[in-house]
Design a protein around this ligand. Structure first.
Ligand SMILES: [Zn+2]
Length: 210
């Protein structure tokens, strides 16, 4: 059971991990517990991992911290000088919101592979083709697997509803197709607590390169 101090340290640790991923660094447990978050204890770290907020590999290196991925995905997010990867289309839409700035998402249609570029300010989608939709779902028969396997690979952008309809979906995929503005609103809502955590440590005025 985490106490009040642990919860505060957990928020700091989670924000530090997100900030490292924004900078293109993939921290590991020993680095994080040694630097910057000295007050964070092993149980704070373990709580973040067990809750699924942070995904690590066998050696304790961070693979993902929602909404960000430490390894390349097809969803690239640029905000200011930060350039990083998101785990899925919905996660990508949450990143500019998390940073409180406008940003650019570069991805591709999951059906035809055509490049898709989306400009976002906060949760407002700017000047992007109105036809783009997001397939928001996952594999129904993989509930015992982590989201990064059962859901993230199947939450994608599509050029149009026609391409979403034509997409050859994996057998057990269940989900819905959202217009882009609706997907951005879902992203902001789903990531509200993580956005708060990040902003409580890294405010829009602090330490962000242009
Ligand atoms: Zn397409």
């Amino acid at each position: 059971m985490l106490n009040h101090t642990d919860l505060g340290n957990g928020r700091k640790l989670q924000a530090q991990i997100l900030h490292a991923l924004l900078q293109g660094r993939s921290p590991d447990r020993s680095e994080l517990l040694r630097n910057g978050v000295a007050a964070a204890t092993r149980r704070v770290w373990e709580d973040l991992v067990h809750s699924g907020a942070v995904v690590v590999n066998e050696s304790g290196r961070v693979v993902a911290a929602y909404p960000l991925s430490a390894t390349p995905t097809r969803h690239i997010v640029e905000v200011g000088s930060f350039k990083t990867w998101a785990n899925c289309a919905i996660d990508a839409l949450a990143v500019p919101r998390m940073l409180g700035r406008s940003g650019r998402i570069t991805s591709e249609c999951a059906h035809c592979g055509t490049a898709i570029t989306i400009e976002v300010a906060g949760e407002t989608v700017l000047g992007t083709p109105a036809s783009i939709v997001v397939g928001y779902g996952g594999l129904a028969d993989c509930c015992d697997r982590p989201a990064i396997e059962a859901r993230c690979p199947y939450i994608s952008f599509f050029c149009s509803t026609e391409h979403a309809d034509s997409w050859v979906r994996p057998g057990s995929w269940v989900g819905e197709f959202l217009p882009l503005p609706r997907a951005a609103a879902v992203a902001a809502d789903r990531f509200r607590s993580i956005i708060d955590v990040y902003r409580s440590v890294f405010s829009p005025e602090s330490s962000w390169p242009e």
